[in-house]
Design a protein around this ligand. Structure first.
Ligand code: GYE
Length: 307
């Protein structure tokens, strides 16, 4: 009896040594920002679909816009000994301590979408679009459409988030080249439709002459869709005056483009789950030559056909 089981054990060992053995499916913890916009919901879905396709176990925490919840989620992922952590951070700052904890536990971290200001040694890479370029594209479109003369209202995304900071910076870097272009009112709409509408209502009340507003720039489509309602309620004709520019290219924005209420939306791909998991699993399989920023390219969509 004993002899038999030893022989069997040896056979098993031999097989393991000579046949390629499939790597066990990875378990990945994903700390997601929340569900504030159509873009975000599409992004979460693309992660779920892609994980399913690959047989990857994905544990998702929806932080509902809270950094504290994300920090707690990362600590839980570390305690659960996941193979990798994917962090889509709400805001830029406040990550060093928890990322150092992940490093000490030997768990690689991948930053996706918004950026962090943590020491780059604490994460493998960041997979994201160029938010600054998106702001510049929006500013350049408006400079041409208004011939460099425009009083602008701006709806900003979540304060302290890389998407809001960089889109504002990129947009301003273009309009400050034109003495006739100016942001005359600005406020945050936290990337949501409801707050975009509320903030635009306030900005229009505060504007000395709402009819003189030449354009509205919103850091995402959802806020713009809310703002369009506020503009209409104030008797304005969005898409004609003011001109309307936003970012994301979600399906509801295309409907607004077709209705002539939105002039332009800068595309930010949300189906990036495949791209992200490809990198994470490549790393887990031993690949180490990733740059610190893997760029997701932007694109531009206009409302009206060119003459
Ligand atoms: O534009 C917005 C979302 O971080 C780039 O977050 C992302 C932004 C996106 O809620 O719709």
């Amino acid at each position: 009896m004993r002899m038999k089981s030893t022989a069997l054990g040896m056979i098993t060992l031999c097989l393991a040594a000579t046949w390629p053995v499939a790597a066990p499916a990875a378990t990945i913890g994903f700390a997601q920002v929340g569900h504030e916009s159509e873009w975000r919901i599409n992004f979460t879905k693309s992660m779920v679909d892609e994980a399913q396709k690959r047989g990857t176990t994905l544990r998702i925490v929806d932080a509902d816009g809270s950094r504290a919840v994300q920090v707690e989620a990362i600590r839980r992922f570390i305690a659960e000994e996941v193979d990798a952590i994917v962090l889509a951070p709400v805001v830029i700052d406040g990550w060093d301590e928890v990322l150092e904890e992940a490093r000490l536990a030997g768990i690689p971290v991948f930053i996706v979408d918004r950026a962090v200001d943590a020491d780059p040694k604490l994460y493998v890479t960041r997979i994201a679009a160029n938010f600054n370029l998106e702001g510049k594209l929006a500013g350049a479109w408006l400079a041409q459409a208004s011939l460099g003369r425009c009083a602008i209202l701006e709806l900003q995304g979540t304060p302290g988030s890389a998407a809001a900071v960089e889109r504002k910076r990129g947009f301003e870097s273009i309009i400050e080249q034109f003495p006739g272009m100016r942001i005359v009112g600005t406020g945050t709409g936290h990337f949501t439709r409801a707050q975009g509408q509320a903030t635009m209502t306030d900005l229009l009340v505060a504007a000395r002459d709402p009819d003189a507003i030449c354009a509205v720039f919103a850091h995402n489509d959802d806020m713009m869709l809310g703002a369009i309602e506020a503009m209409k309620a104030a008797g304005l004709d969005p898409g004609r005056k003011p001109l309307t520019i936003s970012i994301d290219s979600v399906s509801a924005a295309f409907a607004a483009l077709r209705a002539g209420e939105l002039n332009v939306t800068i595309e930010l791909k949300s189906d990036i789950g495949g791209h992200i998991l490809e990198v994470v699993e490549g790393y887990l399989a031993g690949r180490r030559d990733y740059p610190k920023w893997i760029l997701v390219p932007s694109d531009l969509h206009e409302g009206a056909p060119r003459p």
